[in-house]
Design a binder for this molecule. Structure first.
Ligand SMILES: C[S@@+](CC[C@H](N)C(=O)[O-])C[C@H]1O[C@@H](n2cnc3c(N)ncnc32)[C@H](O)[C@@H]1O
Length: 199
């Protein structure tokens, strides 16, 4: 039986077929290389773009940012370039990390991408943690990412995430209420952008 390959598995035998696309925001133009075996390999994901552009619209300065489940690096690299800030980027998918490293170099940003299962290789604390969580990895992983963010945020730090209404946005809001102050900052096409602040 052929096992279904999800984008978060490490399948080193999967044939490479690189593709490139651009992302523009104000005067910034970023180039991304993507490949088979990573999330949203052909285009920037709508939810990820909504999350990044909602954060950018707030004009907040963050000294450092962590992108959890970075994929090929769209969110972390865009935030690093446009906000001129250091970003750490983590994923369990080796191919995603390799692509994120290529994209960091090509876009000349102050960022590091490295393998980490959830926060296992994270020692720092951040002003901002962003994630478009891996729904297909299951609720346990998603909730680990959302709840354990608290341990990796500075005192006034914020976790921002994007989640679809039909993939558990409302229950996530409910389940996180006792850990964070929750604010639904944006809603578009069934996606919710949620800010969770240390309370
Ligand atoms: C929905 S995708 C978002 C990817 C990327 N941020 C983007 O916007 O294109 C979720 C990412 O989480 C990663 N992931 C899955 N399980 C993980 C885990 N346990 N720890 C860290 N990352 C994980 C997947 O490999 C995937 O790249």
């Amino acid at each position: 039986m052929k096992l279904l390959e999800h984008y978060f598995t490490n399948n080193e035998n999967l044939k490479s077929e690189f593709r490139n696309f651009k992302y523009s925001f104000d005067d910034f133009i970023l180039d991304f290389t993507s490949d088979n075996g990573v999330f949203s390999k052909d285009k920037i994901d709508f939810g990820s773009k909504l999350l990044v552009e909602t954060i950018l619209s707030k004009n907040i300065h963050f000294n450092n940012i962590l992108d959890v489940g970075c994929g090929y690096g769209y969110m972390g690299i865009s935030l690093s370039k446009i906000l001129n800030t250091h970003v750490d980027m983590i994923d369990v998918n080796k191919r995603a990390i390799h692509l994120a490293q290529i994209n960091i170099k090509n876009n000349k940003v102050d960022a590091n991408a490295f393998l980490s299962n959830v926060y296992e290789n994270i020692t720092y604390k951040y002003d901002l943690i962003v994630t478009n969580p891996p729904i297909r990895a299951g609720k346990e992983v998603v909730y680990k990412i959302l709840l354990e963010a608290k341990n990796h945020l500075n005192k006034d730090g914020e976790l921002w995430f994007v989640i679809r209404k039909d993939q558990g946005a409302k229950s996530a809001i409910n389940d996180l209420k006792s850990t964070y102050l929750i604010d639904v900052v944006q809603k578009s096409k069934g996606f919710y952008v949620i800010k969770a602040k240390n309370n």
